[in-house]
Design a protein around this ligand. Structure first.
Ligand SMILES: Nc1ncnc2c1ncn2[C@@H]1O[C@H](COP(=O)(O)OP(=O)(O)O)[C@@H](O)[C@H]1O
Ligand SMILES: [Mg+2]
Length: 265
């Protein structure tokens, strides 16, 4: 029913980037994430799927402490990146978000030039000693975002003047400019047309060689195309987690089966 060629040929390492244990998230009295355990591997695309409101974005935002910016949100439990507790008092969330980059549903380039969109993070994190260094980082990032050829002759034009698909690849390039280890993407293709979606999906597959990628998607076809691991969330519970090919062909839990066959969600 779903085509999963990449999942079958995938080489997945077993190095664990993120280890989350007993994670609960509340918005006031709303219990949005319920006792979730999950491990995210390096060099792997992990997809979070499930019906609208099941907690995918909430859990994704736990991984780079974006929920810290929501007043009523409370996160409990243990989340480690390379063995280190990311909620420890000594962790600076700004530094954490450079290591764990994020790409949002709607492309959101800064109202600045293409060059400055990419240079912004490296500048604030002091990654370039001089202009020549910065030029190298900008080019490298735009290449990793698979958009260099399209923008190399207009680096000083505004990022907001690009097409939607180009803007999203620019945002991915901006996220990789700070040398992250993990890229979080929350429905990164939902505002894009099918061609731009295919380009971003291809890019995600390339990014896996260097980063661990976690993608929230409401499209099961997309999860099947781009991911090696899939987590199925339902009503705040992580119902099932495993190899994408297994989740889509032979799920263990009846709720997963209902979802992938279109009976819930
Ligand atoms: N900023 C917020 N304030 C209050 N409740 C929220 C907020 N964000 C999400 N929620 C609630 O948390 C639950 C999970 O939402 P969300 O993580 O956005 O789900 P998904 O991404 O799977 O659609 C829902 O009940 C939603 O209404
Ligand atoms: Mg969401």
């Amino acid at each position: 029913m779903y085509d999963t060629p990449k999942a079958e040929t995938a080489v997945t390492s077993n190095e664990i980037k993120f280890s989350a244990n007993n994670v609960d998230v509340y918005y006031g009295d709303t219990h949005a994430i319920k006792n979730v355990d999950v491990q995210i591997e390096a060099n792997t695309v992990t997809a979070f799927i499930g019906p609208s409101g099941c907690g995918k974005s909430t859990f994704l935002r736990c991984l780079n402490r974006m929920n810290d910016t929501i007043d009523i949100c409370r996160v409990e439990g243990d989340i480690r990146l390379d063995g280190e507790d990311i909620y420890d008092k000594k962790v600076d969330p700004v530094q954490l978000r450079a290591k764990v980059g994020m790409v949002f549903q709607k492309p959101n380039p800064f109202p600045k030039s293409i060059y400055d969109n990419i240079a912004y993070g490296p500048r604030i994190h002091g990654l370039a000693k001089n202009k020549a260094d910065l030029d190298v980082i900008v080019e490298k990032s735009l290449r990793r975002g698979a958009i260099w050829d399209e923008v190399k002759d207009r680096l000083h034009a505004p990022g907001t003047g690009l097409s939607g698909g180009q803007q999203q690849r620019l945002c991915i390039a901006r996220a990789v400019a700070t040398e992250p280890e993990v890229l979080l993407m929350d429905e990164p293709c939902s505002a894009l047309d099918p061609i731009a979606t295919a380009q971003v999906e291809e890019l995600i597959d390339e990014l896996r060689s260097q980063y661990s990628v976690v993608i929230v998607t409401h499209s099961m076809q997309q999860a099947a195309r781009v991911s090696q691991k899939t987590a199925f969330f339902h009503l705040g519970n992580l119902v099932e987690f495993g190899d994408t090919s297994k989740i889509f062909t032979n799920p263990e839990d009846p709720r997963t089966e209902s979802y992938i066959t279109g009976r819930i969600g």
